[in-house]
Design a protein around this ligand. Sequence first.
Ligand code: SF4
Length: 368
Amino acid sequence: MNVYDAINRPSIKEGILRSLRNLSDAVRKNIENHPYLFDFADEVKKARLDVAENYDYWIDKAVRTLEEKGVQVHQARNADEARKIAGEIVGEGKTVVKAKSMVSEEIHLREYLEKLGNEVWETDLGELIVQLAGDKPMHMVIPALHYSEEEVGRILQKIGVKGKNAEEMARGVRKFMRKKFLEADVGISGCNAFSAETGRIFLIENEGNIRLSTSLPETYIALISIDKILPSDELALKSVLVQSAFFGTFPPAYININEKATEQIMHAILIDNGRKNTPYREQLSCVKCGRCQLECPVFQLAGNIWGGDVYGGPMGMGWSAVTGEMVELCFLSTLCGKCMEVCPMSIDMPGIIRSLRKRILEQDIRQQ
Ligand code: SF4
């Protein structure tokens, strides 16, 4: 689907506006009732950018802390290395349960593990719908917002789940997924924030699937993109609180704080993929709350199709550039500045988009 197809698919616009209506009030209330969240956001932004100034030091510290706890640590310079490391750990013919993770999308991990002959299941309901539909997540936090209840019903029939309404279908998926959790050899998660102080991995969720994916299988792989490294538990906790509050749920239903369980084999893959040397350093302070996407007038028309291979919307222009993709569709931005206005980290996304436009034009001139 290209951006023009997306604009002509009303379910995308309807899904985004429905989510915006449901979540805007919640974000407003979160901010009104907990004004200290702005201070948390400022602290987290400063810490992330300080870490980014000295990634080598913080990566070393993260490696040492994790290894002291018995975690097997791997470092990946790019998506290809990250996929291969994960593939070697998983092997072939395994059952893998996966938590929703943007960095796993970034490295196309599920598809790679499937090609190796593994059975891989997304365990987040929205992400499972997207997997079964062979689609791309339409929003970072609400990946299946563009599907109606009826469409979801048709999609879930592929795994034998039937139901007259959303509740019945969710119950059916829970039952289906519980068997997969028990069968799984390997569990994979991303990381919402990582504490270099203790080696703890902070993950937020509202379905309870992450704690099952990461605790039940004999082997657990945590994918940690280096922008998630923070110096302390306190900052990691503040980061996930800001992320969930500005998405619209506060406090989050579950905060998982993962470290190596005695019996479990645990691997951590620290992934750079463009972060260390990016000129768009401010983007690294993004907590991926998805607020800028829902509030953006262009995203409201075209959803995540307005973006790069993985990341879309205003934040997606910056993240795509960080991970090595210059999105020419950045010329469709209105530069209205709404994204920066609603961003808890006040990231200058219009500034990033203007800089991208300049670079794309310069590239064009060089190629002529
Ligand atoms: S750029 Fe800001 S608003 Fe957008 S996802 Fe990141 S933190 Fe949230």
